[in-house]
Design a binder for this molecule. Structure first.
Ligand code: SAH
Length: 392
């Protein structure tokens, strides 16, 4: 007898589980396990053949998130979680030369076959986002493994809204000794400051690392507008790449403050202006001689219901930029909404181009970097889409 309660699926050959999709929706369940939210459960088909183990949540639409597909009875002790995290750590750290880049995503939830948890590394500090009760139950375990892997500090970052949604009770806190803020990181050789306590998400948007590098490569002699700049990631690369002027716009005063500090840290004095302002207001009255415009808004579609309004927002944003950019200019346009896929995003940008009535070509299709892997069985883990457009 297994120590774990069993969830039985309706089907003998549940297509999504056979295809290793980690989510079991409530409609697919024949028999619920006798378990509490967050417990580890066994999952079997209707013939009682074991398919894998996952985290149970009877209140969520996603009744179970599978973290281990296996035909063998297993138990999940400290050794299992240590091996799981160590294996990810080994291949992720091999991606980067720490002298060039010491900030990366160590665990990308389902993308790394570990649902319910995100771990971002900023030099000596691991910032953990707990997304479900199942991983909240493993918190201390995960904290101690991260310290054993050699990180000096571990911070648990808990979002209030996530707490309500998925029954996570905790507040943000240090698992280790507290560390003073900000942390100075290095990314593709560029130094910048990150505040993991006060910053957005885990402190920084690591998923744009490679796209920032492309901006840097194309910025020589250019006038660049970085909208939704946050702490100036794209702006720093543009300046390092030889831009003649870079403007950063963000509505968050704290983000702009850190953006200015980042520019000072990296360059001392640089041709940079910052604006604490709503991007939509800025675009209405902006200058029309930018060579490069970056559009990296927050996720406009937080859920499936808001896709239509979000699409309008993305279209409007792209339309303004296409209308005003200099002839021959480049637009880096992004969407990080999970609910807007690549095809829909391209249709939205097409709509903007049609309304702008200017020649627009796609030079590159952009995505998330390799430390944010896309689980091939879980298309939802592909969330960042971007296009590099030429207008004119
Ligand atoms: N490009 C950034 C990440 C952008 S995150 C990077 O590479 O690090 C989205 C940013 O948009 C946040 O900093 C948020 O403060 C800002 N924001 C959200 N809505 C905004 C609006 N209407 N106008 C200006 N900034 C906005």
């Amino acid at each position: 007898m297994s120590q774990y309660p069993t969830l039985v699926l309706k089907s003998g050959r549940d297509r999504s589980v056979i295809n290793r999709h980690p989510w079991i929706f409530s409609g697919a369940v024949k028999e619920l396990p006798k378990a509490n939210t967050g417990n580890i459960i066994r999952v079997t088909d209707n013939q009682h053949t074991l398919l894998g183990y996952g985290f149970f949540d009877p209140k969520s639409q996603i009744t179970c998130r599978i973290f281990e597909f296996t035909k063998e009875e297993r138990s999940f002790d400290h050794t299992y979680w240590t091996e799981k995290l160590t294996a990810i750590h080994t291949w992720k750290t091999a991606l980067f030369d720490p002298k060039q880049t010491n900030a990366y995503r160590l665990v990308h939830a389902e993308g790394d076959h570990f649902p319910g948890i995100i771990v971002d590394i900023y030099d000596d500090t691991a910032v953990v986002q707990i997304l479900i009760k199942g991983t909240e139950n493993l918190k201390d375990e995960i904290g101690s493994i991260l310290l054993n892997l050699g990180f000096s500090y571990v911070y648990f970052r808990i979002k209030q809204s996530t707490g309500k949604l998925e029954d996570v009770a905790e507040q943000s806190h240090w698992y280790s000794e507290p560390r003073s803020m900000p942390i100075e990181i290095i990314e593709n050789g560029i130094r910048m400051l990150v505040d993991v306590k006060k910053g957005q998400k885990t402190g920084f948007f690591l998923d744009q690392r490679e796209n920032r590098r492309i901006v840097g490569e194309l910025s020589k002699g250019k006038k660049v507008l970085n909208t939704f700049s946050y702490t100036g990631g794209f702006s720093l690369y543009a300046l390092a790449g030889g831009a003649t002027l870079v403007d950063s716009v963000d509505s968050s005063a704290a983000a702009i403050e850190l953006c200015d500090e980042n520019v000072r840290l990296a360059f001392g004095d640089a041709p940079h202006r910052s604006f604490t302002e709503d991007v939509f207001d800025f675009l209405k009255k902006m200058e029309t001689d930018y060579d490069i415009i970056i559009l990296d808004p927050p996720a406009f579609a937080k859920n499936a219901r808001s896709v239509e309004n979000a699409a309008k927002g993305y279209k409007n944003l792209n339309l303004q930029a296409m209308r005003k950019i200099k002839n021959g200019g480049l637009i880096f346009t992004f969407s990080c909404s999970q609910h807007i896929d690549k095809e829909l995003f391209r249709k939205i940008v097409f709509g903007a181009a049609a309304d702008a009535a200017r020649p627009v070509t796609i030079l590159r299709q952009l995505t998330q970097p390799e430390d944010h892997p896309i689980n091939i069985f879980h298309p939802e883990s592909e969330y960042l889409k971007g296009l590099l457009l030429r207008v004119g």
